[in-house]
Design a protein around this ligand. Structure first.
Ligand code: AMP
Length: 630
């Protein structure tokens, strides 16, 4: 057996011994008494009896040895600012934010919703929440008022932390009006709103409810806010993600398991050491931002870089200039970003010295071989694909190069990571597929390892019913992805089994987009499908039936309605969810029993063979789609 195979086997066969050792990577106030309590499957309680604090492990713990080392560097090519915070400075800022939140009434167990651009205060707010035992719920800044409102309603935050505006490609995007609208739409009204004023957009502060961060910060320059020692199982945060139904799910994470899982991943997967520099180009609104912009690198005593801006502005060399300037050792991005850079002049890359880089990790969507090959040739470092989900919090499949150097196989995110008992399940009969190269649903036998979701926020039944299935004697978690595994244990991911689509690494539920479009007064019915796209991986495409189609024979009228629908999605969900096209049809392809033939619709939209159509009600429905997409 190889070193990694042994390591993996121990994690599966002797999880108590394995994870007890990993638990030693973090600091506990009270050490855990039991490694895992799985007496009530599929609910796993990790490190029972232990008390710890995520902020302590990310910040305070390092003060003794690296107080002066840069902990967080916030770079914005949108506002042309760059600011570095040492661990000591970060410690001070987080305590100020924690004191302000406490002053606004936030207590242990309360939720704080964070709706922020990529600025340092967003990380302060996250760390401040977990410092005092409050749960943060970060909502991606690109989401609009409807998405925000549904999350506010579900999380019921005591306070919201936000900023006047974000900026994208030099264009200011005001946040406050969207936030005000979201609060107006939501049944739950947060008692307090804390606004960071970047001076980008004018904003109106509502008396009593809204507060100015700068003014309150001044009152707490030297306030000491100790870490609240919480049970290992105390939730650290919720993060919403899309699924099959329209309503997003609040993925709930614990404290001890997550801290251990991240510390272990920094060591075994990223082979990272304190003092190294980590640059993840994601956003704090996504899980990568939580695990690998904020918590993971800080837990490991690394410097983490937060970046606001595009990969191509002021030019396509901007990321590599950051790598050179800060001597970045670990970089994490998404395949779409690489595909964007690939379209630019390669001379930009050659301009900078990127020799400090040990590897580039890519995740969030399938990594195609030509893209992997291009960036591999350009950087001359290992390109490491990694596959995981909001639900799991850290990679399920990748290469654990900290345990044993392994060869990258382009097209594959690699092997099952320690702790994940990965299986492929035959969808037709629920049985495990053990022979190599068979296609099945990627599944994980319970318990999920530390760091994965504990449950769906306030909805245990939804957690059980959505994700878990029993196969004789065991409970299996479904990832909702198709995959195959070759004889050497390398996996290949073949797309989602459900109605989730992946646009430029952003996970979107087609049902959510459909609901938004269907609320337009002139839309009777709509189907949204994901269609392959050479740049973004997939784009959303909508096929709609208008209530009043009389004017739609004219191109101008169709374009007008299409524009209105797109605007509606922009204003309700955000531009990330906007379909690339809205086509108008007189009827949607359905079975005789009225079920939408989504797969067939998607196939035709991708100009593929739709397969068996014997159950279809009206064959003309697909012909219309064929004619429209050309
Ligand atoms: P999210 O929860 O937003 O991180 O999205 C998770 C989903 O993105 C997975 O279930 C996959 O469908 C897809 N995904 C993430 N990483 C990869 C990868 N490396 N290769 C293929 N698909 C991926």
């Amino acid at each position: 057996m190889t070193a990694y195979a042994d390591f993996y086997r121990q994690s599966i066969d002797q999880p108590d011994i394995f994870w007890r050792e990993q638990a030693g990577l973090i600091e506990w106030k009270t050490p855990p008494q039991q490694v895992c309590d799985y007496s009530n499957p599929p609910f796993a309680k990790w490190f029972v009896g232990g008390t710890t604090n995520l902020c302590h492990n990310a910040v305070d713990r390092h003060l003794a040895t690296r107080a002066g080392q840069s902990a967080l560097v916030a770079i914005s090519t949108e506002t042309d600012t760059e600011r570095s915070y040492s661990f000591a400075e970060l410690h001070a800022e987080v305590q100020r934010m924690a004191a302000v939140l406490q002053g606004l009434g936030v207590k242990k167990g309360d939720r704080v919703l964070i709706y922020m651009p990529m600025i340092a205060e967003a990380a302060f707010a996250m760390l401040a929440c977990v410092r005092i035992g409050a749960l943060h719920s970060v909502v991606f800044g690109g989401f609009a008022s409807g998405s925000l409102a549904s999350r506010i309603e579900d999380a019921e935050p005591v306070a919201v932390v936000s900023a006047d505006a974000g900026s994208r490609g030099g264009k200011v995007v005001p946040y406050k009006p969207l936030l005000d609208e979201a609060i107006a739409l939501s049944k739950h009204k947060p008692a307090a709103v804390l606004m960071i004023n970047r001076g980008l957009a004018p904003m109106h502060l509502q008396p009593r409810r809204d507060h100015d961060w700068a003014a309150l910060r001044e009152q707490h320059l030297n306030t000491v806010v100790p870490c609240e020692w919480v049970e290992s199982t105390h939730p650290s945060y919720t993060l919403y993600t899309s699924g099959t139904t329209g309503k997003p799910k609040g993925v709930q994470r614990d404290t001890g398991g997550y801290t251990v899982a991240l510390a272990a991943s920094m060591k075994h997967i990223f082979d990272a050491k304190a003092g190294d520099v980590y640059f993840a180009t994601s956003d704090i609104g996504w899980v990568v931002g939580h695990s690998y912009i904020v918590y993971g690198p800080l837990i490991a005593g690394m410097t983490t870089i937060m970046y606001e801006g595009l990969p191509t502005r002021p030019d396509a060399g901007v990321w590599w200039s950051i790598v050179e300037k800060y001597q970045v050792t670990h970089m994490f991005s998404a395949p779409t970003a690489v595909r964007v850079l690939k379209k630019q002049d390669p001379a930009y890359l050659a301009k900078y010295n990127v020799k400090s880089l040990k590897a580039l990790w890519l995740a969030g969507e399938p990594l195609d071989e030509p893209t992997a090959q291009w960036i591999s040739d350009a950087l001359s470092v290992p390109i490491i694909d990694n596959y995981w989900q909001t639900e799991t919090g850290w990679p399920i499949l990748t290469l654990a190069n900290g345990v044993q150097q392994q060869t990258t196989r382009f097209g594959s995110p690699g092997k099952a990571m320690y702790g994940y008992h990965v299986k492929l399940i035959d969808e037709s009969n629920g049985e495990e597929l053990t022979a190599p190269n068979q296609k099945g649903v990627v599944a994980i036998e319970g318990p999920l390892p530390p760091g994965c979701m504990q449950t769906v926020w306030r909805d245990d039944a939804r957690f059980v019913n959505t994700y878990w299935k029993s196969i004789p004697g065991r409970l299996i978690y479904s990832t909702f992805d198709w995959g195959i595994r070759d004889a050497d244990g390398y996996h290949f991911i073949l797309g989602r089994t459900d109605d989730v689509i992946n646009v430029a690494g952003h996970r979107l539920g087609t049902r959510e987009i459909e609901e938004s479009i269907a609320s337009h007064p002139n839309i009777a019915e709509v189907a949204v499908v994901g269609v392959a796209d050479s740049l973004k991986g997939q784009v959303a495409m909508a096929f709609a039936v208008a209530r009043d189609a009389s004017g739609l024979t004219h191109e101008a009228a169709r374009l007008k309605l299409e524009g209105e629908v797109m605007k509606q999605v922009d204003s309700q969900l955000g531009a990330v969810a906007r379909p690339s096209r809205v086509y108008f049809v007189s009827v949607l392809p359905k079975t005789r029993s009225g079920k939408l033939l989504r797969r067939a619709l998607q196939a035709v939209a991708e100009r593929r063979d739709p397969g068996d159509l014997t159950t279809m009600e009206d064959p003309a429905a697909l012909q219309q789609v064929k004619d429209l997409v050309g």
